[in-house]
Write a protein that binds this ligand. Structure first.
Ligand SMILES: [Zn+2]
Length: 150
């Protein structure tokens, strides 16, 4: 305690003693009012140290969206948890396209379409000619040129 706090405490105690000695009825009434206020405050406040439960975000009966909330089981109050991100815009990882990949992608799409068609024809029990059921040759990339470059 600092010197000022000690002086303030002594002054307050002296004032209380003077009020009690001079006007005991007023001091009693003041004390009763203070005690009643403290009791109302003590009964009205929540007695839990921290939030007890976390309610997930839900949709109310009228269709409004309720965010995630903390819930106190004793007093039944709930309050927003503020866990949600403010910015809900999607994060762009890639944009545009690489034109050099277009021929390979078109080739793969054509091979996939041919394979699906042959599987559907086979599933239907139709006779498939040997030539149409041949798989397309794999696109093999030679690595000998790369090894020769080193
Ligand atoms: Zn509570």
């Amino acid at each position: 305690m600092t010197r000022q706090q000690l002086a303030l405490s002594a002054l307050t105690a002296t004032a209380v003693v003077v009020v009690v000695l001079v006007a005991p009825a007023a001091a009693l009434a003041l004390g009763a009012v203070a005690a009643f206020g403290a009791l109302v405050y003590w009964l009205g406040r929540c007695h839990h140290r921290g939030p007890l439960g976390l309610l997930p975000p839900t949709t109310a009966d009228d269709g409004t969206r309720l965010p995630a909330r903390w819930y106190c089981d004793a007093c039944g109050r709930s309050w927003p948890a503020n866990l949600e991100q403010r910015d809900r815009s999607p994060i762009v990882r890639f944009s545009g396209y690489d034109q050099s990949k277009l021929p390979a992608a078109a080739r793969r799409a054509a091979a996939l379409e041919k394979q699906r068609h042959s599987l559907a024809v086979r599933r239907a029990g139709l006779v498939v000619s040997q030539r149409s059921s041949e798989a397309t040759p794999a696109n093999v990339t030679s690595i000998s040129q790369r090894r020769a470059a080193r």
